[in-house]
Design a protein around this ligand. Structure first.
Ligand SMILES: [Zn+2]
Ligand SMILES: [Zn+2]
Length: 285
């Protein structure tokens, strides 16, 4: 059985995200531990932590995961932004660790005015510096596969492989596989043969054991578009077939999968339930 859940808003407290996850029928939940469009973070207080953990246990929601701020860019050639990004990722890992969240999903970064090679070097250097500052923390980084918009890195599996190769301690860095991004990056997954070939490429570049989370999103844009626009499951260019392959792939049975699909008119509620139902219907017994 797959472990299926969704990204939920923390408006009103971390425990609210867990409540929303439970009411939508999730097994697991993804959150931002701070406002994802700001550098600043409100201090984390013990009451928040306790209430979050108590709600997870009480409602049976497992595998909490966090996603880092969209402002962080470890690939930046600008020293100030790079340093700011390192510091912010340290804060993300600190907050996740205190909330007993094991993994923080992070976008590798965009090289902007430099080059792919320079960007990859900056990212590896950034991760090393984050690791140096977070030795005592439990949370680890998962680099997310990207759609490759603009100068964003991580859309080719080999780029992720190159980053892991350069990092001093690659054992504590994993991968988060986003179906929409991988598809937009040009990897086909519809026919079983295509799905298997894509997974084989990932295996060669980083190793499938590195995949510790999935983002399950359909795509509003076609294969190879390099444009990142999430769509509800089965309603976009991916269709249902890739999700059927994925939820029935025994290798990923214990890996949590989170929706980041549109939420519908009233914020947290409504559409997640339908997307989860669509995914569960694909599971073959
Ligand atoms: Zn994602
Ligand atoms: Zn995306």
């Amino acid at each position: 059985m797959s472990i299926l859940g969704a990204h939920m808003s923390i408006a009103g407290g971390y425990f609210r995200a867990v409540e929303a996850a439970a009411s939508e029928g999730c097994d697991c939940v993804q959150i931002f531990t701070k406002n994802n469009n700001q550098w600043r973070a409100k201090p984390l207080v013990n009451e928040d932590i306790e209430r979050f953990s108590e709600t997870l246990t009480r409602l049976g929601i497992t595998h909490p995961i966090s996603h880092d701020s969209y402002l962080i860019n470890l690939a930046s050639p600008e020293a100030i932004l790079w340093k700011k990004s390192v510091d912010a990722l340290v804060v993300e890992l600190d907050r996740a660790s205190r909330l007993q969240i094991p993994y923080v999903v992070a976008h590798p970064g965009a090289y902007t005015s430099s080059s792919e090679a320079a960007g990859i070097k900056q990212i590896a250097r950034g991760i090393d510096e984050v690791h140096r500052q977070t030795k005592k923390l439990s949370a680890e980084i998962l680099l997310e596969t990207t759609a490759g918009q603009g100068s964003n890195l991580g859309w080719q599996f080999e780029q992720l492989g190159a980053i892991l190769e350069k990092v001093k301690n690659p054992d504590i860095v994993g991968i988060c596989f986003d179906t929409c991004h991988v598809f937009a990056a040009g990897y086909a997954m519809e026919a079983e043969k295509e799905y298997r070939a894509t997974m084989q490429k990932l295996d060669r570049a980083v190793g499938l054991k590195k995949v510790l989370a999935f983002h399950l999103n359909d795509s509003k844009t076609p294969l190879g578009s390099r444009v990142d626009r999430h769509e509800n499951i089965g309603k976009g260019h991916l269709g249902l077939a890739p999700f059927r392959h994925l939820v029935n792939d025994r290798r990923f049975k214990k890996i949590p999968m989170y929706l980041e699909t549109p939420k519908g008119p009233r914020g947290n509620s409504t559409w997640d339930k339908a997307n989860l139902r669509a995914l569960r219907k694909l599971i073959e017994r």
